[in-house]
Design a protein. Structure first.
Length: 377
């Protein structure tokens, strides 16, 4: 029994000619986020990327047969073409008991969950096998058919392969690129694996498409959907207009470095094939006047982090500022009792970022937007 559950999610990025502009920057794409329902235990009423928990059906051996039938090549060949196995985090490393490569199965999870939560079918009818990554080209399905199959898949994840067989399509694993791997931090100590863990080891995949798909939420698990530029999400979160977790905020600050969909896509493919995906476990430190969530490679990050959660949250008698002053390299989010906002700080050298560029400085981003909005008055 594990201390967390495995999950997979899609950062769905779509070309947009009408993306919201808040400053002198003009993004030509937007990112889909869904608002979680209030009855949910995990991240209720927060905006998240579509995704969910891995199912055994995502490892069904029949997927290998379907890939061979439709793509005319083996699922193993597809796996090799899409990923650099030497760069995998633990969640993607092979299970000798599985006939489906994990880098393919977790892509299937993310695609299935996106269909369940957003009604977006990231599938492809004639893949060029075993070609490397391609942007998603879209797949049309009548609304009545979509809703009928969606209900079936929600009730039984095993129906997703049935749907693919029915339409003679495959999950578009070619359009998903490994982006980052987040492991939920430890909030309270445990002495044994919980019966139903509320921590998640989540693989984040980036998917780019030239055409914004229609999104259909169920109104229960998800109550709203919005498309954000990286800039608009950072701004609206800073103003309290939306609530989202640190992963969504950090990934928006990463994507802020890329104004065009083409640049973001080309970078993501190049990075995935040449750099490792690091398991991103933040460590929470309680200070005298606030909380720090310390990210990997910060000078305060433990050499041997308590990954299972036996000891709970760390603590120090120092203040947030004193803790910061004692460090040279910073990669953290600071929350003080006197401030209503979170401060993200990252001054790491780029060689410690696993191929990613440094996230933008949220203080500078927000300040630039404020100046531009004031100039318009």
């Amino acid at each position: 029994m594990a201390y967390w559950r495995e999950a997979s999610t899609v950062i769905l990025v779509a070309k947009s000619d009408s993306a919201e502009r808040l400053s002198h920057l003009q993004f030509d794409y937007e990112v889909l986020l869904l608002k979680r329902g209030s009855a949910l235990k995990f991240h209720s009423e927060q905006y998240v990327y579509p995704g969910g928990v891995v199912s055994t059906e995502d490892f069904d051996p029949k997927w290998a047969e379907l890939f061979t039938k439709i793509s005319q090549c083996s699922i193993e060949d597809v796996s090799v073409a899409l990923s650099n196995e030497s760069k995998f985090p633990p969640i993607l490393r092979e299970d000798p008991e599985s006939t489906i490569p994990r880098n393919i199965a977790l892509r299937i999870t993310a695609i299935r969950e996106t269909f369940e939560e957003a009604g977006v079918a990231l599938v492809v009818s004639k893949p060029r096998c075993p070609s490397q990554h391609n942007t998603h080209q879209g797949f049309s399905m009548e609304r009545t058919q979509l809703e009928a199959w969606r209900k079936k898949v929600i009730a039984d994840p095993g129906m997703f392969i049935k749907m693919c067989e029915h339409f003679d399509v495959l999950p578009d694993v070619w359009s998903l690129v490994e982006w980052v791997n987040w492991l939920t931090p430890v909030m309270k100590p445990v002495n044994k694996p919980p019966k139903k863990p509320m921590r998640f080891d989540t693989m984040f995949f980036l998917c780019c498409t030239e055409h914004k798909p229609n999104v259909f939420i169920d109104g229960v698990e998800n109550t709203d959907c919005q498309w954000f530029t990286p800039e608009s999400l950072i701004w609206k979160r800073s103003q309290g207009e939306i609530v989202c977790g640190d992963p969504q905020a950090i990934e928006s600050l990463r994507m802020y470095n890329y104004l065009s969909l083409g640049d973001l896509w080309q970078f993501s493919v190049r990075r995935a094939m040449n750099f490792a995906v690091e398991r991103f476990l933040v460590v929470i430190i309680s200070c005298a006047d606030g909380i720090i969530t310390v990210h990997p490679h910060d000078d305060c990050y433990p050499q041997h982090p308590d990954i299972e959660g036996f000891h709970g949250v760390l603590s120090t008698p120092k203040t947030v500022a004193e803790t910061r002053a004692s460090c040279r390299y910073l990669n953290r989010i600071e929350r003080t009792q006197e401030s209503t906002s979170n401060r993200h700080i990252c001054n790491l050298p780029e060689h410690k970022m696993c191929g990613h560029k440094l996230p933008a400085d949220v203080t500078i981003v927000v300040s630039n937007i404020q100046k531009c909005l004031s100039a318009k008055l």
